[in-house]
Structure formats: C-alpha cells, structure tokens
Design a protein around this ligand. Sequence first.
Ligand code: 4AD
Ligand code: MG
Length: 478
Amino acid sequence: MSDRIKIKEILASDKVDYTATVKGWVRTFRNDQFIALSDGSCLKTFQVVVDRENTAPEVLKRITTGAAIAAKGTIVASQGKGQSYEMQAEHVEVLGVADPEKYPLQPKKHSLEFLREIAHLRFRTNTFGAIFRLRHSIAFAIHQFFNEKGFVYLHTPIITGSDAEGAGEMFQVTTLDLENIPKQEDGNVDFKKDFFSKQTNLTVSGQLEAELGALALSDVYTFGPTFRAENSNTSRHLAEFWMIEPEMAFADLDDDMDLAEDLLKYVIKYCLEKHQDDLEFLENRLLNEEKQKPQNERSPMSLREKLQFCLDQPFERLTYSEAIKILLNSKPNKKKKFQFVIEDWGADLQSEHERYLVEKHFKKPVILTDYPKEIKAFYMKLNDDGKTVRAMDILFPGIGEIVGGSQREERLDVLLSRMEDFDIPAHEMEWFLDTRRFGTCEHAGFGLGFERLVLFITGMANIRDVIPFPRYPGAAEF
Ligand code: 4AD
Ligand code: MG
C-alpha cells in the first residue's frame, strides 16, 4: 500500500476527510473496535476505529497487542477524548500476528530490568521509543552543529595498534588460533603471524588520528564507537560506547571549553525544541519514579526545567586545585561520608566528588581544568608549573564526567619526555610525533561520551538503557 502515511504526519497536519493507509503495531484493542496503533514515528498512538460489522471475526481475533497491521480508511476529526484525529477504517489487514499467550509486552508497566532482558522488543514501549527518537536527534544535532562550524567529519580506524589513552583497557583483535598460539623463541606470542602482522586492538579513542587530521584540515571531529575493557560495572560505563571527538588546530584550552559548552547547549536546545512530547513523557516517568523516594532525594527540578537550567547560565569554570580546596572543606569529606576521602592535592576525583561539586556546591555544570599531570594522559600540554596539565573535564548533574579534553602538548621535546614518564615507546609513535616535527602548532580537543549525554537528556538512570544493545562485563546479548 503506497499511500501509507506515518502517524506523526497525520497528527501534525490539520487536513481531515481524506483516505490513507496506516501501518504499525497494535498497542491495545478495545471492544473489538478501537485500536491504539503505534508506528514509532512519534510518542502518540493513533486510534483506528474498526468497522466491526464488516470485519470478519477471524480478523478481529488476530488484532492483539503486538500484532502488525495495515488499516485503510478515512482520517476524520475525532469525537473521542484524548486524540484529535482518528481513522474510520474500511479495511484492516493483520500483517503479522503476536500470540497473546507468548508476547512478553502486555499493556502494563514493565520494569527497566525486565525490558533490558528483552532489549530486542523494548523499542516498542513508550519509554524506549522516546529514548531512541531522542538518541537519533542528539546524533543529528551534533553533526549539524559541527557542519555549521565548518568541521570535517573524520572516520578514524576502529581496529588499531595504538592505545590512545595509555590506560591499557583494550579488547584484542586477532585471528590467531587460540588453541594453538604461535610463539617466538623467547616465548612471547608471534604477532607477525597474526592477520595484521602486528598486535591490534579495538580503538579506545580516535583522538590521536583526529590530531593528524586537524593539523591539516584545521577543524575535524570523529563520531564513532569506542571500546574499553575496563571492569566497571556501573550505571555510567559501557564496554562499547560512542564518542564524539573534535580536534582544533590553532586553539587553546579556552577555545576548547567554549566549543564543548556551545555544543552541549546547542544539542540540549535542539531536543527541547523538537522533542516536547518525548521529553514530557520521560519527565512524567521520572516524576512517578521519584514518588517512591523520600522527599530529600527527589530532584528539585523536573527534567525539562533541568535541561533549560543548563542553557540559561554559563558553566562554572575552575581549576582542579580550587576544586580540591572546596572538597577538603566540604562536610562529606570532613565527616568521612565519601567512600574515597580526599586527603591531599593530587588525588584523583571519583564520581562522588564530581557530583558533590556539581549538585551540592555549584548547583550547575562545572568545568575543571589544570589537573595534576600524573592522573591525566601523556598528550596533555604541560603547564609552566611543571605539575599540572591543560586538561578539562566537564561535570554534569546526575552524571559526573561527561566530557574529557585538553590542549595538546605540541612541543616535541616535552612530549617525548612525557612519553618516557609513561613508558610509551617513541618508536611505535613516529607517525604521531611527526605532527610535532613538521608544522606543529597549538591545538586542542575533547571527547564527549555520547551515551552520557543521552542519559542526561532523557533523564534515565542507567547507561544500559540509552544504547540499543548494551555491552558490559558479562553481557553481549543480541
Ligand atoms: O575522558 P576520556 O577517556 O577521554 C578520551 O578518550 C580522550 N581521548 C578524549 C579527547 O580528548 N579526544 O573519555 C571521554 C568521554 C568521557 O568524558 C565520558 O563521557 C566518556 O567518554 N566515556 C565513557 N562513556 C561510557 N562508558 C565508558 N566506559 C566511558 N569511558 C569514557
Ligand atoms: Mg576522562
């Protein structure tokens, strides 16, 4: 049926009294007459009124929750409550049945944990429909933002020989026979016999390759999957996540922070403008969930208020050293309420500290800069104090770190000595060092965790619920 029209289009137009075909999945079917139909194009379902007299009982019986149907009829203004338009169907065809005895998604509230187990079907719920429509728009807005600013989208490799972050949290890629691994004389694995004739892994970050692009194209960004074999079983970590990594030549840390703040605000604004319905639904979902919590644990703002609040003011910018002072003087630190009590300057910040700064102290997004060099990556520009680097992390309410970035070390000699500190063999990084040998210049970039941004915008609590098929320790279903 080529005159199929999506529900979103019907509801957005003020046309009535025309013939059309709708296709979708039955949410509910009342009185052998009223179908609430969803096609995923928007949050709302569409009412199809079945012509009971002229529809065969076998057909009526097969219109059950979850079945795929096509309905042809006239779109009219609805007399019923709750919808503006409906279809007076002349013909309903069941395209795919869903046995009500077996279909797991009955019209009742299911827990997120249960839905995670049936992630292949959870797209069909209101919650996950809203999340994945938003996820799409967030990705789209990110590309639009960079395109408007003249950035070039660069596809960096997924299989690589480098450990960009130097954190050693890599998934190995090999075609060697694990039952019969070829060895060198010294007993080490003979990677010369492997597919790429060298040891390879899935990328943890496209940054180093993005730097190569930026030092020719000026402004580039990557947007791709990244993989980390860190054993973090938290609601903020995935083993496979998507990251956006812009890199700008002739830019310093201030430019970097400005770009990140602009990007986050642009995307949030885009979602507020384009996704009122989905956000309202998720907001109410959250309000209902919070009713179970004691008053003092409920968030002071609704979802959309929180998003708007982020747009309305500049993010708080301060140095790591200033943040440490605040934390040392904070109640939870003095009363040893933090799981990791901050003792001294130099301590790595945990998510509990980041969230204290954002949620309790400043009550808005925070950008921390100039971290101790020991707790950050080798490529960050060393400050004149010799102790700190030009790093920046953006911390968001309910999330903690959402962005990590830095101005890069562009001085060859300093970079080489930093690599030595980190035991990174220079001979494996000649390609990276060449940028510092030939036409080096100030440059800066950052990584935005895509799922963490989706988490923030949708107000969901667990990162496993904002990616279609989450990968985490012990889980790689579908
Ligand atoms: O802070 P990270 O490790 O920074 C980098 O990878 C740099 N190469 C970025 C750059 O400067 N180009 O990661 C960047 C962001 C984090 O702030 C976080 O939002 C997200 O990526 N992230 C994760 N998201 C989900 N699951 C994980 N396991 C994540 N690890 C990092
Ligand atoms: Mg980081």
